[in-house]
Structure formats: structure tokens, C-alpha cells
Design a protein around this ligand. Sequence first.
Ligand code: MN
Ligand code: MN
Length: 313
Amino acid sequence: MAQQRAFEYIQSGLTHFFRVPQSSPRPTSADAAVIGVPFDAGTTYAPGARFAPWEVRRASALIQPYHPVHSVDVFADLRVVDGGNAVFPPFDADAMRESVRACVSGWLDAGARPFVVGGDHSVALPVLRALARRHGPVAVLHVDAHFDTSGPETWGTEHHHGTPFRHALQEGLIAEGQLVQVGLRGAWAGPGERDLLAQHRARSIAMSEIDERGLPHVLAEVRERLQGKPVYISFDVDAIDPAFAPGTGTPVPGGLTTREALALLRSLAGHRIAGMDVVEVCPAADHAGVTSLLAASLLFEGLALAALQKHAG
Ligand code: MN
Ligand code: MN
């Protein structure tokens, strides 16, 4: 679906993701739906990510359609709609998971890939459940400062923003050996932090390893490891250094630059993209909207990968 022209969106006074039309009910002709999930009851520190869908919509109006590196007209080649926000009481995690699973399944049945704007990272689990039901276990690029494989030991609950990938691994939603994590850093809860990941042959690439080996070598490995299955990209903006992405609830010093993040996503050109999330944007902690703009730009990179794939047939 074409983007609204600049004067059209200014006149309407409402901003949909990337100035594309909002669709309700679901059309059968969309290739991708951008869906907001306004939920932050899974945050363990600063809340506020529930407001990200509104801010990211606003920031995304700035983004033009043509990708200069992949040479694709994203919104001409890919029919993208704003799928609205998933609806549930904002304090009810069970209802959120059911709503997101049903919403994403509906879009998948209609033939559209989900591009989800959180919300905190706990919104990724129901997306992965819907995707695995459709495709079988998927390959996952998980960009994050944190492993997100915690159990109930710290907070006494199975579900919060630090647990989605433990559930995803244990439920078999991710293809064996095809969880690739990038951006990890900071202190661990204990020496066993990577045990579950090792059991599932996940590959966890810390910032220190990127410093030692250099980004090009790491990107080549990421690309290689994610081959074969459809790839889901789960992007926690706290992977980015707080200097570039201050608007997040659990910041950790020493992260990726925004340039490195763009290079990471661009390195997946030619891969089959099953969908994407961008999570943990906390507008109240942001400065000058830079983190919301980053989130919109990351989504655009993901949409460009999908457009490239469609363009190639
Ligand atoms: Mn996370
Ligand atoms: Mn994180």
C-alpha cells in the first residue's frame, strides 16, 4: 500500500506506521502488517514501553520509501498496512499473550508477515508461538544486551521481559542451533547464565567478542548461521548503546552503535524474513525522540529485507 503523501498525512492529523493505511478488518492482499503491542507490565525496572507504538508511528512518518543500499522501493514492492494495536487490559499478561497470538495468527492466515512494535520483550513469546505454528521452528536473530532466558528464580513468575527466550527454547519454537544473540553485555545473575543456551546450541555473541573479532567477521557468521529456515528478528533496543538509545527501561553501557545495528540487519539481505519485533522503547526515558526514530528505522530495515525477498521472487 502506498505511503500517504506528506500533505495528506499532515491534513489527516493522524499518523499510521510509515504513513501507510490502517486496515480493519484484515485485507488478504497485504504482505506485511505493522502491529503495536502497548504492554509494559513485564518490565522489571523502568516502565513506559506501552506508549512506544504511538511514538514510533509518529517518528516513522519521517521515513521515505526507497532503500538506498538494497535498491528497493519498500512500500511499492511490499504491500504494508498498519494493523493497529493488539487490544487487552494493559496490566493482564495472560490476556496480552492471547491477544497477540490471535492477532499475529490472523495476519499470518491472511498472508501477511508480522512486524511488531512493543511493548516490553515479553510480547515476543506469543509472536514466536504464532510463527512456529505456521512455519515450524524458525531461525531467530535476537539482538539484545540481555539473554532473556531467566526463570522464575528472581521475580517468582514465569513470564516477564527477561524470560521469553527460555520459553521459546523449551517449547521448541526455535530451530536447533538457530538462536543467534548479538549485543550481550553486562553482569550475569550467576555462572550458569548460559547453560540453557548451550543445551540448545544457541550462539551468543557478546560485545567483547565483536570488539575482538571485528564486526565484518561476526556479520558473516550471523548470516551463515541463520540460513535455511525463515528468520524472525527480535530487536530489543537496549542492545544499542544508551548514548544512541537512551529511551529504554533497562539500559546497559557498552552497546552497539546505531550504524552497527543497521549493518547487522542489512547483512541479512537474501534471507527469508518471517517477521520482526522492535521492543523496549520507553518514550518517557527518551531524548528528542531518538530511540523512537531508531525503532522506526530498524523496522524499515526489516521491511526492506522482506521487500528485497519479494522483489527477487
Ligand atoms: Mn530483551
Ligand atoms: Mn534487553
